[in-house]
Design a protein around this ligand. Structure first.
Ligand SMILES: *[C@@H]1O[C@H](CO)[C@@H](O)[C@H](O)[C@H]1NC(C)=O
Ligand SMILES: *[C@@H]1O[C@H](CO)[C@@H](O)[C@H](O)[C@H]1NC(C)=O
Ligand SMILES: *[C@@H]1O[C@H](CO)[C@@H](O)[C@H](O)[C@H]1NC(C)=O
Ligand SMILES: *[C@@H]1O[C@H](CO)[C@@H](O)[C@H](O)[C@H]1NC(C)=O
Ligand SMILES: *[C@@H]1O[C@H](CO)[C@@H](O)[C@H](O)[C@H]1NC(C)=O
Ligand SMILES: *[C@@H]1O[C@H](CO)[C@@H](O)[C@H](O)[C@H]1NC(C)=O
Length: 401
């Protein structure tokens, strides 16, 4: 829509001018001026697509609109500051915002339910007012100016299918007290970073019991005391967490990955019994002791660990289907403590202490103490580099859904 030529735009305007109101309430409408809005202004139900875009719009209001079954796209409006849908109550459709740099307030005071709401690249957005919201299927809030004040739309939702909150640099606390289940993907990443100055955001999900796929980055605090099931993958990357504690989690359907958490010292998954994919623990600079998996029995993928471990304890593991590769840079690490794990592994097994290259790396990828890999370890390391690449791919993170 945004690429429509001006000729096409004229055609649409002409079509709107001659059709009855019934049709305009189902049509494709390009709104680039206050005048364009008048063609749909009286619609109380809208099932078409309205694309609101252009340099001449400052505020947009559509007070007649009560029900939306189509979609509203608000794209690239450099001067738009406020959008209000005062009387919109329910929507089985979608509303999306993209690239509205001056947008500071979005008001939908009566909106109870909507299928999809995306707000992406609205760095001036301070007010996202959805006080009546009860149900959203997909919600994405990315690169906005929202901070912790005010009622954020996720604070009252009991369930969602996909939820992404990323790149909101002023947002340092994310609390979702009502949320019980996420049937799809949860992505929380790069919030509270304040142009590299901040440490991230806290995430409190006191009542969340299940999620399908969960990607967590740049967290300062995590509370998931009720989480029992992750049906797909769970990853913790580049967080500022000292402890990762998921006390009731019983199973992870695919990969559990814990990578590049620079202050992490303690991992605790007290009830976890099975991992349907890989267990990947790597590049966590301060992590020397991995002993928080006391009930873990089955790992269907590979057990892949690299770090400065002194102690790794997996006392209940009875099956590792994908093989094992555990490398520690510590001379105190004793591979014999993993003897049972090794025996249970159906794939290849590698366990080695004093591997310099296993030491968590600096930002430039170099070894922390600047040493290179000894030649005696080279053969192992070549294989390991390949494994590492696979591991890095598995753990590669996304900022957006
Ligand atoms: C964002 O909007 C501006 C106009 O405000 C436009 O020039 C620019 O191309 C848009 N960027 C994207 C990625 O659409
Ligand atoms: C969430 O859990 C807390 C305690 O963990 C409880 O007090 C509260 O009522 C729950 N909230 C909802 C909306 O279920
Ligand atoms: C889960 O998320 C990971 C990483 O974002 C992705 O690679 C994977 O395909 C997702 N799995 C599902 C079932 O969506
Ligand atoms: C690690 O965290 C768990 C859960 O918070 C706690 O029970 C345990 O004592 C901690 N272990 C260490 C060594 O601090
Ligand atoms: C490993 O753990 C055991 C028991 O938890 C402890 O006695 C021992 O000191 C630890 N070893 C190292 C090198 O930290
Ligand atoms: C290890 O962590 C550092 C710092 O977080 C990061 O810059 C580096 O790229 C990571 N290395 C790998 C191999 O992931």
């Amino acid at each position: 829509m945004a690429r429509l030529t001006s000729a096409a735009l004229l055609l649409i305007s002409a079509a709107i001018a001659v059709t009855a109101q019934q049709d305009t309430c189902a049509s494709q409408v390009l709104v680039s001026s206050d005048g364009d809005l008048s063609s749909i202004a009286s619609c109380s139900t809208f099932s078409g697509t309205a694309t609101i875009t252009g340099a001449s719009l400052n505020t947009v209001a559509w007070p007649a609109l009560k029900s939306l079954t189509g979609s509203i796209k608000v794209v690239s409006n450099p001067h738009l500051t406020t959008l209000s849908l005062e009387n919109l109550q329910s929507s089985t459709g979608s509303i999306s915002f993209f690239n509205n740099t001056q947008l500071s307030a979005v008001n939908m005071p009566r909106l109870k339910s909507i299928n999809s709401l995306d707000i992406i690249t609205a760095p001036s957005l301070r007010q996202l007012s959805l006080p009546s919201i009860e149900s959203v299927n997909t919600l994405k809030v990315e690169d906005t100016g929202l901070d912790n004040s005010g009622n954020l739309p996720w604070s009252s939702l009991p369930k969602v299918s996909d939820l992404g909150v990323s790149n909101n640099k002023l947002l340092t606390a994310i609390d979702m007290p009502s949320l019980k289940a996420i049937s799809g993907h949860l992505v929380i990443a790069a919030n509270g970073l304040m142009e590299g100055q901040g440490k991230g955001a806290s995430l409190h999900l006191p009542n969340l019991t299940s999620v399908s796929n969960c990607t967590l980055r740049h967290l300062t605090d995590l509370q998931v005391p009720s989480l029992t099931a992750v049906s797909s993958s769970l990853s913790f990357d580049e967080t500022n967490l000292q402890t990762i504690n998921v006390p009731l989690l019983k199973s992870v359907g695919q990969t559990l990955s814990i990578v590049s958490n620079n202050v992490l010292r303690n991992i605790s998954f007290a009830e976890l019994t099975s991992i349907g994919g890989a267990l990947l623990i790597a590049n966590n600079t301060e992590l020397t002791d991995v002993s928080g998996f006391n009930k873990l029995k089955d790992i269907s993928g590979v057990l892949n660990m690299r770090g400065a471990f002194n102690n790794v304890s997996l006392p209940a593991v009875t099956a590792v289907q994908g093989g094992m590769s555990v490398l520690s840079s510590s001379k105190d690490f004793d591979c014999s403590t993993l003897g049972k794990v090794k025996a249970s592994a159906r794939g290849k097994t590698v366990c080695q202490a004093q591997v310099k290259a296993a030491k968590p790396t600096n930002a430039d990828g170099s070894d922390i103490d600047g040493a290179s890999v000894g030649s005696s370890a080279t053969a192992v390391m070549n294989t390991m580099d390949k494994l590492w690449v696979a591991a890095a791919v598995l753990s590669s993170m996304i900022y957006v859904l």
